[in-house]
Each structure stands twice: as structure tokens, then as C-alpha cells.
Design a protein around this ligand. Structure first.
Ligand SMILES: *[C@@H]1O[C@H](CO)[C@@H](O)[C@H](O)[C@H]1NC(C)=O
Ligand SMILES: *[C@@H]1O[C@H](CO)[C@@H](O)[C@H](O)[C@H]1NC(C)=O
Ligand SMILES: *[C@@H]1O[C@H](CO)[C@@H](O)[C@H](O)[C@H]1NC(C)=O
Length: 350
């Protein structure tokens, strides 16, 4: 599982710094009988899904807040043929790779993540593209506009139908017209979503542990955006050291906000003698938010989502990949795997 999520994770790292914006396309190409369209593409602006394409409908669909569609603009209308071409190339690459790697199974998946970055001061960052075949990370292309250098790292024997045009000059043109300019346009268009500030709702909850008589103290923050948050559990005003804390993963709520929780197990005695609090620091808050214990039971269970995933759209695409990888290793078995898609098997809605 971790191998196949690697491609998503590496791009998550790319865009995690605040003040740095990115436009990333996640392509997925499938071979074999599956409930999914042969190919799908997700458009991510920072960590927000702004568009979707699949080969079945062969059209770009813009995604607004809460998955609402809007009419594509002129440039977006031109995207479908370009994406179709890209998927044809991915198709060729799949048949090439399954041959040279001797993958005889009837299910295959090729993923590609590609995109560019822009700093808040308008400095352009790197362009990066990365492939993964059947869950294994592979070919990397890397263009650095600062010194106009192109770096390629071929993990597999180079395919005849190499999808990368090659020269630095072409890379530069592609990069600017198709990525940086689009990124700027999208940032202006989607500023209400990208630059929004949503305050975290923070609670400190305590749950008695019947076995030990101790308790689990949990600080939970939810509904915040952007995703950078400092959530700290304190014992008598001193922050509890990290190795005693469990949790701390950032989880998408699926509505363009995030949640995080941090927990600490304490004995009955500790609970009596110490005072536990929680603080949250977030861009949306003028001051630190200090929270004291709520004497309530925490009955809400968090849905389990791999913590490396940053947005619901990606969770869905990763679900599709997991499904294919699973089918590859369990061909013939009747059990079905739950994947978060709509009835037609598409990752269209979060
Ligand atoms: C694939 O099979 C061919 C023929 O059996 C063999 O020569 C080749 O080394 C194999 N390639 C890999 C990557 O295992
Ligand atoms: C360009 O810059 C990157 C990072 O600063 C460096 O790793 C790379 O070697 C440079 N390439 C050339 C051709 O100078
Ligand atoms: C979290 O803490 C670090 C280190 O003190 C600080 O640099 C950063 O700005 C804080 N983040 C937020 C969202 O307040």
C-alpha cells in the first residue's frame, strides 16, 4: 500500500510549505476489467480539487466549492483533446512496461503526477513529473527554471514512446504556457477557496479506559483551513513531549477543511494531580486558543484515511489504485473491496 501511495506523498511534500502554490495533475490509467473509466485526471490547485477529466466522457469538468460544476472557460475547453493525447501515451507506456517487466497479470495501473509551483513573490519553482507502474514509483522528470536545467531519472528502460518532449526549450515553453500561466489564472479565479481562513473548532475530551482506570485525553481540532496548525497538549502548562502523544495526522474532512487530533494516555493518579489543557495556533486566529477539559465522552470516531493523503479527491484516486493492485494479487476471488466512488465508478465528487 505504501509503495503505491508514494507518488501522492512525494507531491504532498512539494506543496506543504505555506506561501508556495502548486498546480498538480494526477493521471491514472487502467488496464483490465474494472468498474472505473480507463483513465482519469484530477486537477489540484494546492490541496483543492478544481477539475476532473475521464476518458469515458472525454471532457474537462470544473469543480467548484463542494463539488459544484461551472461552465469551463475557453482554455479549459481545449483541455480534453490534450488529456486524451496524454492518456494515449500512457496507454502505450503501459503496454511497453508490461512487456519489458514481464507483468503477465491482466490488471495494470500507471499513475502520473505532474505540475509546477509558484512562490507568493511570483518566483517560479520547479516542474516535476513522476510515474508509478503497478504501485512502484518510477520515471522522474524534473525541470529547474532557475538554471534552466532538465533532469531525468529513468528507472525503467526508456520507452520508445517517451512522453517527455525532450529538449530544455520545449520543457520551458510547456512549463510556462501550460503550467505557470494556468496556475496564476486559477489562483486568481479560486482565491475565495485558496486564501480562505476557516477557524478550527477545538475540544479537549477525556475518555475513561475501563481496563486501567486511567483515561485518554484527546485534543481535537476540526473544520480549519489552511492545513497548517499547531496543536499542543499541555500538562500543568508545559507541552507534553511528542513520544507520549499519539495521533497528530492531518486528515481531510472532504469539504476543503481539515481535522487533527492528539491523544495522551494518563493513569488515574496522573489525572488527579495534573491539569491538562490544549492550545491551537492557526492563521485564522489572532491569538492562541486555550482549551480546558470538557467532561464529556468522545463518541465520534474518525474515519480512517491514510494520513499521507491530503484531499478527498486524492483519497478516491488512491482507492482506485488500491482496487487495481488488490485485483492484481487476488484475481479470481469474489470478495469486493470498498472504494469511495459514485455509482458509475468515477472520482468525480468528493
Ligand atoms: C522477461 O522475460 C524475458 C524472456 O523470458 C527475459 O529475457 C527478460 O530478462 C525478462 N525481463 C525481466 C525484467 O524479468
Ligand atoms: C540547477 O540547480 C539545481 C538545484 O539548485 C542543481 O541540483 C542542479 O545541479 C543545477 N543544474 C545545473 C545544470 O546547473
Ligand atoms: C507553529 O509553530 C512554529 C514554530 O513556533 C511557527 O513557526 C509557525 O508559524 C506556527 N504555525 C502556526 C500556524 O501558527
Amino acid at each position: 500500500m505504501l509503495g503505491l501511495l508514494f507518488i501522492f506523498y512525494s507531491f504532498h511534500i512539494l506543496s506543504v510549505k505555506s506561501g508556495l502554490h502548486s498546480l498538480l495533475l494526477f493521471h491514472i490509467y487502467l488496464v483490465g476489467e474494472t468498474p472505473f473509466p480507463e483513465s482519469q485526471t484530477l486537477f489540484m490547485l494546492d490541496d483543492i480539487q478544481i477539475g476532473y477529466y475521464n476518458s469515458k466522457d472525454n471532457k474537462f469538468v470544473h469543480r467548484g466549492m463542494n463539488g459544484l460544476e461551472r461552465t469551463p472557460d475557453a482554455i479549459e475547453l481545449e483541455l480534453a483533446p490534450k488529456l486524451k493525447l496524454n492518456h494515449e501515451r500512457m496507454k502505450n507506456k503501459v503496454s511497453y512496461l508490461r512487456q519489458i517487466l514481464n507483468h503477465t497479470n491482466s490488471f495494470h495501473v500507471l499513475q502520473r503526477a505532474a505540475g509546477c509551483q509558484l512562490q507568493e513573490n511570483d518566483d517560479v519553482g520547479i516542474y516535476l513529473s513522476k510515474d508509478a507502474f503497478n504501485g512502484e514509483a518510477g520515471d522522474v522528470r524534473y525541470y529547474n527554471p532557475q538554471n534552466d536545467s532538465l533532469h531525468t531519472d529513468w528507472v525503467w528502460p526508456e520507452a520508445m514512446d517517451n512522453t517527455w518532449p525532450g529538449g530544455v526549450h520545449i520543457a520551458y515553453t510547456w512549463y510556462h504556457d501550460l503550467c505557470i500561466e494556468r496556475l496564476k489564472t486559477h489562483l486568481a479565479k479560486e482565491k475565495n477557496r485558496i486564501f480562505k481562513k476557516m477557524k478550527p473548532r477545538v475540544r479537549l475530551l477525556q475518555k475513561t479506559l475501563p481496563d486501567s482506570g486511567g483515561a485518554k485525553v484527546t485534543c481535537r481540532a476540526t473544520g480549519f483551513y489552511p492545513r497548517h496548525i499547531n496543536l499542543t497538549l499541555l500538562r500543568d502548562g508545559q507541552s507534553v513531549s511528542d513520544h507520549q502523544i499519539t495521533g497528530g495526522e492531518l486528515l481531510p474532512n472532504g469539504d476543503e477543511t481539515y481535522q487533527m487530533r492528539k491523544s495522551l494516555e494518563v493513569s488515574a493518579e496522573e489525572l488527579q494531580h495534573h491539569h491538562y489543557t490544549c492550545t491551537a495556533e492557526h492563521l485564522s486566529l489572532d491569538n492562541k486558543l486555550d482549551i480546558s477539559l470538557d467532561h464529556e465522552w468522545d463518541s465520534v470516531t474518525t474515519s480512517i484515511v491514510p494520513s499521507v493523503l491530503i484531499a478527498a479527491g486524492l483519497v478516491c484516486l488512491a482507492g482506485v489504485v488500491a482496487f487495481i493492485i488488490w485485483r492484481r494479487t487476488h484475481t479470481g476471488s469474489q470478495t469486493s473491496l470498498q472504494v469511495n466512488t459514485d455509482a458509475s465508478g468515477e472520482c468525480a465528487r468528493n
